[in-house]
Design a protein. Structure first.
Length: 205
């Protein structure tokens, strides 16, 4: 089984590209989905987070929007949250690999936003997704507008600040390209992106 890691900045199109790989037979490890599941269902993790960030608890559940505002404004608080979350995600990753090998999958794709920043994930090849900053920002804001249309206009300045905070904690596109085996330039057209993926699939098969 070959393990391919996807790395790209915020709103660079990792989910779309992972989905294309899935349609071509790959099994996908989605780190963001695992984090959401932990925040929703892992009672021990929820209790730890509530202990450190009580204001993030609404109706006995973790409000991810409030939690994000708290931790992205304070690097020490972000590190506390990462310590709670990352070990659990890595455990899920180990279970994912074991299951993929059991199913005799030929290709596993890791959709992990901080793949190169956090390390600790085994990959045979790394694909860097490079997207223009203006496209990233547009996608980021569009996601929020779709989820919270009533709040969008009032919070756009805060969202732009959050976008910059997240981006500042990620490595540059140049660093990604220097550490990658393949590069996908995502932001020109869907057809262009699909052709690049097809080329990579041919190379790694």
């Amino acid at each position: 089984m070959k393990i391919i890691g996807l790395t790209g900045g915020i709103a660079s199109g990792k989910n779309f590209i992972a989905e294309v790989f899935k349609k071509n037979g790959a099994i996908i490890f989605d780190a963001d989905a695992e984090v959401h599941e932990i925040l929703r269902c892992d009672e021990v993790a929820i209790s730890e987070i509530a202990g450190h960030f009580p204001k993030s608890v609404v109706d006995r559940k973790i409000d991810r929007k409030i939690l994000g505002k708290i931790v992205f404004a304070d690097i020490e608080k972000l590190q506390i949250l990462e310590k709670i979350i990352h070990d659990r995600v890595r455990k899920k990753y180990a279970e994912f690999l074991k299951d993929a090998q059991k199913k005799r999958k030929k290709l596993a794709v890791l959709n992990i936003p901080l793949l190169l920043e956090t390390r600790g994930y085994e990959c045979d090849k790394v694909i860097a997704i490079i997207t223009p900053r203006i496209a990233q920002k547009y996608r980021f804001l569009s996601r929020y507008k779709k989820s919270f249309p009533k709040n969008f206009s009032a919070e756009i300045s805060e969202l732009e600040e959050k976008f910059q905070q997240i981006k500042s904690k990620q490595i540059s596109n140049l660093e990604r390209k220097n550490q990658a085996d393949f590069v996908i330039y995502n932001g020109l057209s869907k057809g262009c992106t699909m052709r690049q993926i097809a080329y990579i699939l041919k190379k790694i098969s």
